[in-house]
Structures are given as C-alpha cells and as structure tokens.
Design a protein around this ligand. Structure first.
Ligand code: SAH
Ligand code: SF4
Ligand code: F3S
Length: 476
C-alpha cells in the first residue's frame, strides 16, 4: 500500500466541496445543526470536523434537539452500554421527525461500522435518513444534499480497512468545542486486536497522518491561543509518519509560548524509554502518562492478546516514576474478562497497589460481537464482574486519596477552566497531571487572569481522592 492510497484524493474533496453551495441554497437562512457524541476523544475530534462541515454548509449550532434541522449522532461501540445509549437516543428521533417533517437525521461513528447494527437501524429506525462510517466524514455535504433531495434511508459505509476513496481527509474545516483545548488526531485505526476490543473492526487498520500536517495543525493552534493540545491515536507509539512518535511529540511541544501537549493512548507493549525520556526533558509535554494495563495477571494478559507481562508493565511504570516523579500515571482495567478467577483478579488489585495509579478507569467486561473474547467459554457472571469492579474502585479511592494528600501545601501550574460557582467565587482548572483542582482567588487577584484558558499558580489546601482544592497565588 502506498501512502497516497490512504488519503482521500484532492478530486474527491473537490467534488464534496461542490455540494456545499448546493446545500446552502437549498436550506436558506437560519437552519440549525445538533451533533451529539457518545464515544471517546477520537469521536469528539471527528464530531468537531462534522461540525466544521455543517457550518460551511450554512447551518448554525444548537444544543437543542427540538430546534435542530439536522441531527447527527456520533456513536461508540466499545461497550454494550454505549450502543444501548445511542440506540435509545435514535429511537427518540421518531417523535422529533414527526414534529418537524423537514428534519434530517443521521447516525455515524463506530457503531455504524458493524453490519448487524446497520441492519437493525435500517429495519427498525426508518426515520433515520442516512448512516455513515468512520471514514466517510468528508462526504457529509453529499449525504446531506441527497437527504434533502431524495427520500429514504441510505447507508454510506466503505469496506474497511481501506477503500478506493482513501481514508484520511486532510484540510476539512473544524469547529472546536473549546477555544483553548484541542484534539489533534495523528492516526486512525488499530492493529492490535486485543481479544475483547471492537476498535480494530470498527476503525480499521492503523494509518498515520503526515508529520508535517500534524505539526502545522499544532503550530496554528498555538498561534490561535490554544493552551492544551492532545495528540490522539489508539496506540500513538505505533505512529508511522516522517517522524517517530517521540520525535513528533517533542516537535509539537517546541513552538513558542506557554502551552501543554498531551497524548492518548500509549500501549504498554510499545511505550518506549525514548518516549519517557522525551517527556521528562520537555516542560511543555504534560506530565501525565495514561498507560492502560487492563489486568495484572499474566494468564489473562495473554488471553487478552496484550503483548506484555505484568513484570514488563511494572518495569515501565517504575521507569516513569523514576524519570518523572511528579508525573501522574493513570490506567484502564477490565473486570471479569472471560475465565478470570478471583485469584487472578487479586493480581490486578495487586498491580494497582504496586503502581499506585493516580487515576483509574475501571470497566466491567462487555462481550463485543465478532471479537475473540466474546466467543470464549467461561464468561464471568454479571454479579461477579460488578463485585470485582466495586472492590477495585474502593481500593483505587484509597490509593488516589493517599497520593493527592501528598499535594497539600504544594503549588501547581493550573490551566483554568473558568469560574464554576460564581456565588462562592470557585474556579476550576487542571494541573499538568490532568487532575482537576478547584480554587478561589485571594483578595486583589484580578479575575480576568483566572478566566478560562489562563495559566496560574495554585497552592493546594485540601485533597480528596478525586478533588484538589486550593488558592491562587499572586506572583511576587
Ligand atoms: N486504545 C486504547 C483503548 C481504547 S478503548 C488502549 O489500547 O489502551 C478504552 C478502554 O475501554 C480500554 O482501555 C479498555 O479498558 C476498555 N474496553 C475496551 N473494550 C472493552 C470491552 N469489551 N469491555 C469492557 N471494557 C472495554
Ligand atoms: Fe482496542 Fe487494544 Fe487497539 Fe486499544 S490497542 S484500541 S484496546 S485493540
Ligand atoms: Fe468508542 Fe470508537 Fe472510540 S468504539 S471508544 S468511539 S474508537
């Protein structure tokens, strides 16, 4: 496969641009779009590109479904719960469509890449005008135009992992949710096939954006005043552009000005010393390492097809702690993977204690159609999975509280998210470790210096498991 084949061609992008004025003249003034996102940061980044296309087609944004003339649900398939939520929201489109006959409804995202879900939607949700997959975003103008001019639900899904149109569309307009925090996708898809995970099936094989395109985007964001930029990929370590991932990260964090660069997600099997060293050496790289371990038991890790052992994982985690004692390490855990015994789960609790994660995202295992684990014998009963989940959550609360208590009296550089409780003058922000901190301003502190998107120093007064509280410091 040559590089060009993964990029949507200039001709196809031009053809799509041709639909934009046609939609504009069909819809006239004051039409509104509403996009709701159910998935991860990748999905949010995709939704921001869809929003960009909606705006150039002449739609304005609304949060209200009943006000909208175009509704797009961007779905997720990672766990059953995510799909059920999206399907239930899709069911509500019926009423909205009855109330407004001209309403256009679309469902896109990872759930749509599964054939059984597409069949279900076309059979049981006839009020959905069109559905489209994760590599058809750039074709939104054509899809909206078709929906405006022809009746009947249509599916726009290309055969993954690659198709004749290419998969990465550069240069699409973007409407970002925030004026100071930004997502930058650096790659799409995943090749790892962890046995529980649907992502490789719904997002296709890995493909990387060109380093120059990524760096140009980051540079522009910095120039526009963005302060917190997250490079996104399912496994950023396997980024294959002109630069390796550590080099790309370092360069992305080398433009002028005060800002932070984060990344999500680093796979433990590929997280390299080089990456950790680059992070430690560059002050603009946020000191937060999300390193999903999933399980602390070697038999389960093998069954999960994760490609590392608990010992290898621990070695990397300890190296991070050694090189960057101030860094936060967070992780993901799956409770109740098929055949997991109580003793094996004890190993997970044990690794959580050993590393002492600052933050933990704990999930109950959810069988995903088409994955290897869903077909395994020895599925763990629901109540056992939830009991393990509860046990681990309680343990993590204690660990996180213990870590956070050590922050009391220390000063952190905080990126403000602005005032959250105007009555009490309480602001909220994030540290470089990505921890949430609420703070108040001392007398005489100019509130505009604590507005959303500003950096300031905050001294921690109190700490709980998931909350730090402090006071802003006036610079002397
Ligand atoms: N690419 C990332 C993970 C993306 S999915 C990585 O490899 O780290 C985010 C998290 O969802 C995973 O880390 C995993 O903990 C969880 N997850 C994925 N599939 C799941 C399933 N079938 N059931 C429960 N949790 C799952
Ligand atoms: Fe899923 Fe594993 Fe890929 Fe992460 S690395 S997206 S868990 S298959
Ligand atoms: Fe969900 Fe797709 Fe992200 S399945 S977690 S939205 S990549």
């Amino acid at each position: 496969m040559t590089k060009n084949e993964i990029f949507v061609s200039a001709e196809e992008l031009e053809r799509q641009r041709g639909f934009i004025p046609r939609v504009r003249s069909l819809i006239g003034e004051e039409k509104k779009y509403c996009i709701q996102t159910f998935g991860c940061q990748q999905n949010e980044a995709d939704s921001e590109r869809l929003a960009g296309l909606c705006v150039v087609m002449g739609y304005c944004k609304t949060e209200s479904l009943s006000e909208a003339d175009l509704i797009i649900y961007n779905t997720c398939a990672i766990r059953e719960h995510a799909e059920l939520k999206a399907l239930s929201k899709a069911g509500q489109l019926k009423k909205l469509k009855e109330a407004k006959r001209s309403l256009i409804t679309a469902i896109c995202g990872c759930m749509i890449e599964q054939e059984h879900r597409r069949t279900q939607l076309s059979k049981s949700y006839p009020y959905v005008d069109f559905v489209f997959g994760t590599d058809r975003h750039h074709a939104l103008p054509e899809m909206v135009y078709t929906a405006l001019t022809q009746k009947g639900a249509k599916a726009h899904v290309s055969s993954l992992p690659h198709n004749e149109f290419g998969i990465i569309a550069e240069g699409l307009p973007v409407v970002r949710e925030s004026s100071y925090k930004a997502w930058v996708s650096i790659m799409y898809g995943c090749n790892n096939f962890c046995s529980y995970c649907v992502v490789p099936y719904v997002r296709g094989r890995e493909r990387s954006r060109r380093s120059e395109d990524v760096l140009k985007e980051v540079e522009n964001l910095v120039k526009m005043g963005y302060k917190d930029i997250t490079l996104l990929g399912q496994n950023v370590n396997s980024y294959r552009g002109d630069y390796s991932f550590p080099e790309l990260l370092d360069r992305a964090a080398s433009f002028d000005g005060e800002y932070r660069v984060r990344f999500m997600t680093s796979h433990p099997k590929d997280a390299s010393k080089e990456l950790i060293d680059v992070m430690a050496a560059n002050p603009r790289i946020a000191k937060h390492f999300h390193l999903p371990v999933q399980s602390g038991d070697n038999r389960i890790l093998k069954l999960m097809n994760r490609g590392y052992t608990r010992e290898e994982y621990l070695k990397k985690a300890y190296y991070i702690r050694e090189k960057m004692p101030e860094a936060a390490i967070s992780s993901d855990i799956i409770c109740g993977f098929p055949t997991e015994t109580e003793a094996e789960f004890d190993n997970t609790v044990d690794i959580v204690e050993k590393v002492g994660f600052d933050m933990l995202f704990t999930f109950v295992y959810s069988p995903r159609k088409g994955t290897v684990a869903a077909e395994m014998e020895g599925q763990v009963p629901h109540e056992v999975k939830t009991a393990r989940f509860a046990r681990l959550s309680a343990k993590e609360n204690l660990i996180a509280e213990g870590i956070n208590k050590q922050s009391v009296g220390k000063t952190f550089r905080v990126l403000s998210d602005g005032i959250v409780n105007p009555e009490d003058g309480i602001y909220s922000g994030r540290t470089t470790q990505n921890k949430i901190i609420s703070f108040s301003l001392p007398e005489g502190f100019a509130p505009e210096k604590a507005a959303a998107g500003h950096f300031l120093d905050v001294k921690v007064d109190h700490a709980q498991a998931y909350a730090l509280t402090g006071t802003a410091l006036t610079k002397d």
